[in-house]
Design a protein around this ligand. Structure first.
Ligand SMILES: [Zn+2]
Length: 300
């Protein structure tokens, strides 16, 4: 577009055709990744002869519409939307996928849907996000306890319960493509955010390591941020583990010494993640983790 033309356009001008927002990144045959411009949330799309599968479609309406248009390029009788967990940012787009069966771990049925709706409403109001299709909390069609498998042509998806971040978090593995979709674990952007339970979170990280080895995982696609490949996968898991176990152990020591909650929090604020002090917007999440650990210690 010429400079003159663009200079005459109002700053909010957008082309009216659809597919301009973004193109997906193709990770391997059949697997495409869309990334939202907010929170770098990843929405993987798996287009296989046996099924169309979307994981966590999100976030802005126009972004979700682009993903839905892309996914509908291949007609399929089997359509699934899989939720890695029930946090609002991961579930917001499912209504654009007509006829898709919704899959989630069974704890999803007991999540605090009101809290999620509240957060979504607040952010939509703050940023004037207009949802043409008003969001309704999803009713899950297929739930499972520990593991669920979806057969695909030449592949199989394995869904594994991985509680810790939330009670209903899961890992999803493509056996043939050796890709693991990790939900809100193993991100390059975030240290562990523990909303459910620290011991469960640590166990899920250990399980992630085992799954990476067992299935020979080559790529980990986190819920937020960049894909991890090769040695970076175990490095991210190791550093997540290091942060969380240091937090739990130090909290235990200080708690046993009889320090007050405020004193303990002040000391634990200094814990580093990947050798960097935690500051800025992330400090709030770190303090939330400290609070949860202290609650766990008190109720132990
Ligand atoms: Zn998230």
């Amino acid at each position: 577009m010429g400079g003159l033309l663009s200079a005459n356009l109002p700053f909010f001008w957008l082309p009216t055709t659809k597919a301009v927002i973004t193109l997906p990144f193709q990770l391997t045959r059949d697997i495409y990744i869309y990334q939202s411009s907010i929170w770098q949330i990843n929405s993987p799309v798996i287009l296989n002869e046996a099924a169309n599968i979307i994981i966590d479609p999100c976030y802005f309406p126009v972004e979700i519409q682009v993903i839905a248009d892309f996914a509908s390029r291949r007609k399929s009788f089997n359509k699934y939307v899989i939720f890695t967990h029930s946090d609002f940012d991961h579930i917001v787009g499912y209504q654009y996928f007509k006829g898709a069966r919704l899959i989630g771990q069974e704890e999803f049925l007991y999540c605090d849907s009101e809290a999620q709706l509240y957060q979504l409403r607040e952010i939509d109001q703050t940023y004037y996000i207009n949802r043409r299709i008003p969001f309704v909390f999803p009713e899950i069609d297929i739930t499972f306890e520990n593991e669920y498998r979806i057969p695909l042509k030449g592949d199989e998806l394995v869904l594994v319960h991985a509680p810790g971040h939330t009670a209903d978090s899961i890992f999803i593995i493509s056996r043939e493509k050796k890709v693991m979709f990790a939900g809100d674990y193993i991100s390059d952007l975030e240290f562990p955010f523990v909303y459910f339970n620290t011991a469960a979170y640590l166990r899920s990280l250990d399980m992630a390591l085992k799954l990476v080895e067992e299935y020979g995982i080559r790529y980990v696609v986190p819920g937020h941020g960049d894909i991890a490949e090769g040695p970076e996968i175990t490095e991210r898991i190791r550093s997540d583990r290091e942060y969380l176990s240091e937090l739990v152990e130090k909290a235990q020591d200080l708690f046993v010494q009889g320090l007050q909650e405020r004193e303990i929090t002040d000391v634990l604020k200094g814990i580093k993640f990947r050798n960097e002090p935690i500051g800025g917007a992330m400090l709030k999440m770190h303090v939330e983790n400290i609070r949860l650990v202290l609650t766990e210690l008190r109720t132990f």
